[in-house]
Design a protein around this ligand. Structure first.
Ligand code: GTP
Ligand code: MG
Length: 139
């Protein structure tokens, strides 16, 4: 039976700065199983839909421009307590406040360009996973 799942994106700053391999290694070593994985580039429309909860925020346009800047890695990850454990692994949104040893502390450049995404609930993890993957692509 499937354990809990979460969804992640290795964001453009981390891709451009050559951190994708190190980040994938941290994820796997932390006990997450890869259930789905691909390289893709968000269109402006897709980024606007994915981050639609933030559409009224002052940083929305900046976020959409950033997230569409280059190809990103997207993945579905499986583990007990996946959402919470993954948020712990990636650290706080602002890398200045991110915990020592977290992905964002190690690799993020700023509040906006913060290396990685992690779902904030299992319901959103399912929605976000099906935004990128067909059922047959999730193992
Ligand atoms: P995600 O895992 O990407 O969803 O990040 P989060 O859950 O830690 O933060 P949140 O959902 O509140 O914000 C989504 C993303 O918007 C952040 O990861 C940042 O990339 C961006 N963002 C949030 N706040 C700011 C801000 O004040 N300025 C800028 N430029 N970007 C922001
Ligand atoms: Mg979020």
């Amino acid at each position: 039976m499937k354990k809990n799942i979460t969804f992640t994106m290795i964001k453009p700053d981390a891709m451009e700065n050559g951190h994708a391999g190190d980040i994938m290694s941290m994820i796997i070593k932390s006990g997450f199983k890869i259930s789905a994985l691909k390289l893709t580039q968000l269109t402006i429309k897709q980024a606007e839909i994915f981050y639609s909860v933030h559409r009224k925020k002052p940083f929305f346009q900046e976020l959409v421009t950033f997230m569409t800047r280059c190809p990103i890695i997207v993945a579905v990850l499986e583990k007990n307590n996946a959402v919470e454990d993954f948020r712990k692994l990636i650290g706080s949104t602002n890398p200045e406040n991110a915990e020592k040893g977290s992905v964002r502390k190690l690799f993020a450049t700023s509040m906006g360009e913060n290396a990685i995404h992690g779902s904030d609930s299992e319901d959103n993890a399912k929605i976000e996973s099906s935004f990128f993957f067909a059922g047959r692509e999730i193992f």
